[in-house]
Structures are given as C-alpha cells and as structure tokens.
Design a protein around this ligand. Structure first.
Ligand code: 6PG
Length: 503
C-alpha cells in the first residue's frame, strides 16, 4: 500500500465517525480510519467491504503512527471521540506523530472554551486546529450533516473542499434540503450547509446554541403533544396525524416530522403505542446546560432555553414526582369540545413560542460574539441550519431572509415577517397558556416564551421597584426617569431621614 495517500484521517469509529468517514469516501476522498480498539476498525472495514460502494477509499490504521503515516501532508485528522477528557487524551497521544502545519479537526460537541484552549495549545506547537460542530445525528453524518467549523481562515480554506462536499445540500432558491443521497451516490449540486463560522471556539459555540435551540424546540413539541392529549383526550395516532398536518405548513421541520412518526409508531413489544410505553425521564449530555449557563453569564434573557433544560431536570425526578402526585393536588383537566379550534390554537402557540426560542438563541450569539471577539454572520448561520441538522426547518429560510433585509437586526421578533406572525398568533397563544394554567398542565416552554415576548415588548417593567429595593437594603443606587441615563442616586432610607410627602 502506498504511504501518504489518504486525503484525511478519522479517529473514533463510533457510529458518527463511521458514518462521516463513509460520507467522505462517497465523495471521492480517501480516508484513513483509526479506532482505539483496532478490532472495531477491522470490523468496520470488513463490513464496508461487503456493503459499501466506496470501501476501497477506506484505509485502516491500527496505530496512530500508522494513521499519521498514511496521510498526505499537511495532515488533516478528524477527531470524533467523546467530548471532554477523551479529546485531550487523543490529541496528546497523536502529537508525537504530527508535524508543523497539520490540522486537527474536532467534530465532537466540545465546549467552546476547551476549543479556544486547544487551538492555542496546538498553535503554540505549530499545528492548526478546527473545532467543528457536526449536526444531524447518524443519518446526517452519513448523507449530509450541517457543519459549523471554527478556526483560522487559512486552516478552513484547506478543509473547505471536503466539508463543502460532505455537508447537506439545500436548493439555492428555496432553501429546501435536497433529498436522495444513498451509499455511493451523493447528492449533486445545491448549496452546502457549512460555512466558516469564525476563529477558535466560534464553531463550537454556534453548535452549542444550535443544541440549546434543539432543546427548546423539542420541549415545545412535547408540550403541544401533552396539551393535545390532556385537553382533547386524543390517542397517540390522532396526535401523530395532527403533527403530520402541521408538517405541511410553516411549522414544517425535521423535529415535527419525526414526532409524527414516533406518535404513529405501535409498540413492538405489546399492545398500544410505542410512545406511551417510554419512561417519561429525559437525559442530557450538557450542550443545553452550557447554552443556558452562557446566557446567564452573558446576561442574555434566554429564559425558554433555560426552561427546556430545567424541564429535563424535572422529568428526571421521576420517583419524587410519583410520590408528590399522591400529595399535591391541582385541578382536574377538563376536556375541550372544539377540537379543530384548539388544534389551531396550539399550532399558533407552538409557532409563536418557536419564534421566541430562536430570537433568544440569536440574541445570545449576538452577545457572545462581542465577548469572544467574533463576527458572526447570522444570515449564514440560519442558512447552514436549513439542511442536515436536527433543527432544520422551513422556518430557517425566514430567518435567513430577515437578516438579508436587516443584517443588524436587534431581535428576530422585530423582523416584519416574525412580528406579524407573533401579532396574528398571540391571541391563540395566550388562550393556550391560560388553558394550560387553568387545567394544571405544565407548559414551561410555552409560558416562558410568552413571558419573554411580553417582557421584551414592554417599555416599562417593574424593575423600578426592584432597583428601589436594592437601594433600600444595600445602597445599590438607582437611575431616575427624569434625569439622564448614567446618573446614579441614593435615597437615605432610615425612617428618620426619609423625605416625607408634603401634606
Ligand atoms: C445534533 C445533535 C447531537 C445530539 C446532542 C444532544 O445536532 O446532531 O444535537 O449533537 O443529539 O448531543 O444531546 P443531548 O440531548 O443528549 O444533550
């Protein structure tokens, strides 16, 4: 076998690594693949030899030295290992076999601060580092993910041909994902769902916010399902059909589509529907938490994203909830009679809340770019999320359009299309949140999104009182509405000093 013939290398052959490697091979690139346990690599290669048209472009490597030896210079090596310690360990073990100019690409869900640190460390050794978000799950990795690379522009220029080739493609005019990729037959043409996001940790930050939005998108869908079930008494299949119908309109998205599939799925292990047999506790791996934490740290009101994380935390307290359900009482949910009307109202509540969720995610990125010195192009971000990723949706085209009209848009809700959608949806949205409250059905995502909308559109909030409280107990000072901003006052609060109203 010739040495130095592979265009790129892959470390980590769990499903995402295997599938991305095959996607790369399908696009005509030769890829050297390595796994910590060589047996896994060998099994992968031998399975591919049986089933995959592009298997001749996969080169197995049993050691990191062998992997490095098989790569064209400067080397490009993708890491798809468990984010965190494993990434650092893998980089450390790889270092002895790398040379100045080589590029390490981390495709895991890394924390952006780790990516900033890793890039700095590798740069100091003459190496280059790209932290790339990879979204789309197993199928995305295999047939076209959305890719969010961050790193130096010149490192990106070298990776770009491969990333552009393997990314999902959307139609240039409509932004609709191009279907039809199959093993050995990649989609031809279209606009790739990838772009250089910015330096160092920018790509991983944007991928993290993508996941934060994914959390709230999923939570909103779950609340819609729960309302349809508890206010209309619908069975899973009937709710599935509602989601299928919604998927034909402006809510059309991957998550709505798979929700329809899930709800219509019979239980393979017995009677009834699959979803009714799944334990109601949700897991999480950290990216939603990081998004909420970053929002808190940067002072950005991403309350619905945080609620989506808390909703998972609350769901995880299954045993406590079961016990509490025997002690704490609420209203009995009353069935609504007008099904068509309520379905339409929930649809509007879902769409309006979704607009707020995205507004929060984009507002967070707008703040983060100032703090981390990035210059994010929000229209492009929405563009590369139109296909391949988990939050892909028809709706993303509207966000792209909004930033094309006004690249400095302060908040998505202010764009004319989204403003009008909120105006026309809000009566239904309020009705749904009220019904949920009156019937004791928890809807933290719907409710917090509505509170965000109402808060953001309020010229005055009760923070005047809050600031006065702070001044009262801590002399934290306050500004006055009748004085220029930036001038701070303090009232002498002890009762004897306090000025009294003139009689
Ligand atoms: C994606 C997904 C993917 C994964 C997340 C969410 O974009 O393909 O976001 O990265 O599903 O890690 O994981 P948790 O729900 O477990 O936090």
């Amino acid at each position: 076998m010739n040495s130095q013939q592979a265009d790129i290398g892959m470390i980590g052959l769990a499903v995402m690594g295997q599938n991305l490697a095959l996607n790369i091979a399908d696009h005509g690139y030769t890829i050297a693949v390595y796994n910590r346990h060589a047996e896994k690599m060998k099994d992968f290669i031998s399975q591919c030899e049986k089933n995959e048209p592009s298997s001749s472009r996969l080169l197995g490597a049993e050691t990191l030295e062998e992997l490095a030896g098989k790569l064209k210079r400067p080397r490009k090596i993708i890491l798809l290992v468990k984010a965190g310690e494993a990434t650092d360990k893998t980089i450390d073990s790889l270092l002895p076999y790398l040379e100045a100019g080589d590029i390490v690409i981390d495709g895991g869900n890394a924390n952006w601060m780790d990516t900033i640190r890793r890039e700095k460390d590798l740069n100091a050794k003459g190496l280059r580092f790209i932290g790339s978000g990879v979204s789309g799950g197993e199928t995305g990795a295999r047939f076209g993910p959305s890719l969010m690379p961050g790193g130096s522009a010149e490192a990106w220029a070298e990776l770009a041909p491969i990333w552009n080739a393997v990314a999902a493609k959307v139609d240039a005019q409509t932004g609709v994902p191009l279907p039809g990729a199959a093993p050995g037959k990649p989609v031809e043409g279209g606009v790739p769902c990838t772009a250089h996001i910015g330096p160092n940790g920018a790509g991983h930050y944007v991928k993290m916010v993508h996941n934060g939005i994914e959390y709230i998108d999923m939570q909103l869908i779950c609340e819609a399902y729960w309302l349809l079930k508890n206010l209309l008494g619908l069975e899973s299949d009937a709710i599935g059909k509602v989601f299928q119908a919604w998927n034909q309109g402006e809510l059309s998205s991957y998550l709505i589509e798979i929700t329809g599939d899930i709800l219509l799925q019979p239980d393979p292990a017995g009677e009834g529907y699959f979803v009714d047999k799944v334990l109601d506790t949700a897991g999480q791996k950290g990216t939603g938490l990081w998004t909420a934490t970053s929002a808190l740290e940067l002072g950005v009101p991403a309350n619905s994203i945080a609620e989506a994380v808390f909703a998972r935390c609350l769901s995880a307290l299954k045993d406590e909830r079961v016990e509490a359900s025997k002690v704490l009482q609420g209203p009995e949910a009353k069935m609504e009679k007008d099904q068509a009307r309520l379905v339409a109202a929930i649809r509007d509540a879902l769409y309006s809340s979704k607009i707020c969720a995205y507004a929060q995610g984009f507002q967070l990125m707008a703040e983060a770019q100032k703090v981390y010195g990035w210059s994010l192009d929000f229209g492009t971000l929405a563009q590369i999320w139109r296909g391949g990723c988990i939050i892909r949706a028809k709706f993303l085209q509207k966000i792209t359009d909004a930033y094309a009209i006004d690249p400095n848009l302060k908040n998505l809700m202010l764009d004319p299309y989204f403003r009008d959608a909120l105006h026309s949806g809000q009566n239904h949205w309020r009705e749904v949140v009220s019904l949920a409250v009156l019937n004791g059905i928890p809807t933290p995502a719907f409710s917090s999104a509505l509170a965000y909308f109402d808060g953001y559109r309020s010229a005055r909030l009760p923070a005047n009182l809050l600031q006065a409280q702070r001044d009262y107990f801590g002399a934290h000072t306050y500004e006055r509405i009748d004085q220029p901003r930036g001038q701070f006052f303090h009232l002498d609060w002890p009762a004897e000093n306090r000025p009294q109203l003139k009689a």
